[in-house]
Design a protein around this ligand. Structure first.
Ligand code: SAM
Length: 232
């Protein structure tokens, strides 16, 4: 795929066939439900597939890592990550059941193995099977950085990472994100540029937080509170 070579990300023929099939399934569903903005093919590849692949260019996900995509929507960033790295043990999480039903169908048709879970992050992070069970929690376009820390860090094991896709506005959110991370057992490592080849003006970046200790039992707070009253 155009752009993957420039990012230094390895791929094989199966991955290319799965991207093509996933795009076709997205188009099919978009005719009957509002799943993603309809984009031309170049923009879809850049805005969704290449943007989602950013952690692979930075070597952030180890072989067989257990990863949860919090607020995955139509499968971003989780589906491109899984297509490129089928070794990942991926869980797709979203509060909207129609998106999870779409992902379950897409996974079956792409012959990929993963879990798709219909729940709010605040509730799932209190379930034993998911709490501090992941090597990485990834999240794109879901909430402000401080809110995201509370929606992602409780899922991550000590030694793991929370990775949030952000734009240039991240600088204004950093102080609050650092404070929230501190409360939740995390330490912000920093912001790392995540350029999409040919679209450098987007100034996309990843906010990377290390899970350095356990999340206190009081977090995440009840559904809706992390968004309404971000820790900071
Ligand atoms: N990550 C996808 C992307 O980048 O295209 C979807 C982004 S969409 C703007 C935000 C998604 O997050 C929606 O599908 C919404 O249902 C989900 N979401 C928001 N808050 C959530 C929460 N607390 N728990 C689970 N899902 C949530």
């Amino acid at each position: 795929m155009r752009g993957l070579d420039a990012l230094g990300i390895a791929y094989d023929q199966t991955a290319m066939e799965r991207f093509e099939a996933f795009h076709a399934i997205l188009d099919e569903y978009n005719q009957r439900m509002d799943l993603t903005a309809v984009l031309d093919e170049d923009e879809r590849v850049d805005r969704h597939d290449l943007d989602s692949a950013a952690p692979l260019a930075q070597g952030l996900l180890a072989q067989n890592a257990r990863v949860i995509d919090v607020g995955t929507g139509a499968g971003f960033p989780g589906m491109p990550l899984l297509i490129l790295r089928p070794d990942l043990q991926m869980t797709f999480l979203d509060a909207l059941s129609k998106r999870i039903a779409f992902l379950q169908d897409a996974l079956k048709r792409l012959n990929l193995t993963a879990t798709a879970l219909h729940a709010r992050a605040e509730d799932a992070a209190r379930m034993e099977a998911h709490r501090e069970a992941y090597d990485a929690a990834v999240s794109r376009a879901v909430a402000s950085s401080a809110t995201l820390q509370e929606l992602t860090l409780p899922f991550v094991k000590t030694g793991g990472l929370a990775i949030a896709w952000k734009g240039p506005g991240v600088q204004d959110e950093l102080v609050a994100a650092k404070r929230a991370a501190f409360v939740l057992g995390g330490t912000v490592r920093g912001v790392s540029p995540a350029p999409v080849p040919g679209r450098e003006d987007w100034a996309h970046c990843l906010l990377i937080t290390d899970k350095t200790g356990k999340t206190p039992k009081a977090y995440p707070r009840k559904a809706g509170t992390p968004g309404r009253k971000p820790l900071a």
